[in-house]
Design a protein around this ligand. Structure first.
Ligand SMILES: [Zn+2]
Length: 295
């Protein structure tokens, strides 16, 4: 992986992994930099997705082609992170080969991330919605946000095998049932064009998607194909957003796009200090209420 963090704590931020950033953030101090009993210096950090210890490889390699990366290691690093086998097996960033995940796949063992995922949702639901909205290219109304979260909880998305600390916004979309886009504001111009081209009974007034006349037409979006793909030393996680119309029992695909998870866009918002940045109290209240009800 090409990202790392310094602690398994709830609020720890992650950083892009470069030699400069790693040495700066760790100050070359233990428990990050350790002279081991075999006389070798080793460098450690924490996986941002699963909280397991990782080792930094290639930190002092001179050859440019051998880039620096972090890899999971199956041992506890004292005072840094405890190795948890189940969390490792469930970690998207630990994928060795391409994974085309099944929505029904549940976490093997207890990797203890579920409570932390739910805590992040409660504290940062407005930011989660913002990241998802940007990725989808549609405006997510409070009503839609609520429906997405309710579906996610009903599906126990936080127990999904590849649910991690860094892919929460996209997983909130992924576990939703099909959602109507009628009266929704569509910001993605390519999407708009494709919908209008493929479905003549749709009309846009400004960004707002509407039906022509009183036709029995449904325009829905849904998500599929969560894909985890190792590419060199990095992992690319993505899912498909699909827009379909239904009329008189006939289904037609109007648009499809592959959404690559931009972990940094979420991390950036999580890092805005308390009291700074614009928060959406309406969305935070929704998340708080739904999560309290869910217990
Ligand atoms: Zn991991």
């Amino acid at each position: 992986m090409k990202i790392f963090k310094l602690h398994p704590d709830m609020d720890a931020r992650h950083y892009p992994l470069t030699k400069e950033i790693y040495l700066e953030m760790t100050s070359r101090m233990p428990p990050y930099v350790m002279l081991e009993s075999d006389g070798k210096m080793r460098h450690y950090a924490v996986c941002p997705a699963c909280n397991n210890p990782v080792q930094i490889i290639g930190l002092h390699q001179q050859k440019v082609e051998r880039a620096i990366y972090a890899k999971h290691i199956p041992k506890t690093i004292p005072r840094l992170a405890t190795y948890r086998q189940a969390a490792y097996e469930n970690c998207p960033l630990a994928a060795k080969s391409r994974i085309q995940a099944e929505k029904s796949a549940r976490k093997s063992g207890n990797d203890d991330l579920a409570p932390q995922i739910l805590h992040i949702i409660e504290r940062h639901f407005d930011r989660i919605v913002r990241v998802l909205q940007q990725a989808l290219g549609i405006i997510i109304s409070p009503k839609l946000a609520q429906a997405l979260l309710e579906d996610y909880l009903a599906e126990e998305g936080y127990r999904y095998k590849y649910a991690s600390l860094i892919n929460i916004p996209w997983m909130i979309g992924y576990f939703a049932r099909a959602k109507s886009l009628v009266y929704c504001l569509v910001k993605d111009e390519v999407m708009k064009k494709s919908i209008a081209e493929h479905e003549p009974n749709v009309v846009f007034s400004g960004d707002k998607l509407d039906k022509k006349g009183k036709s029995f037409l449904h325009i829905d979006m849904y998500f599929s194909r969560h894909d985890i793909r190792p590419e060199g030393d990095a992992i690319t996680e993505s899912m498909d957003m699909v827009i379909v119309s239904h009329k008189n029992g006939v289904k037609k695909e109007l648009f499809r796009k592959r959404i690559v998870f931009d972990y940094d866009s979420f991390q950036y918002l999580l890092n805005i200090p308390e009291g700074k940045g614009k928060r959406r109290e309406d969305l935070l209240t929704i998340a708080h209420q739904i999560l309290q009800q869910a217990g």
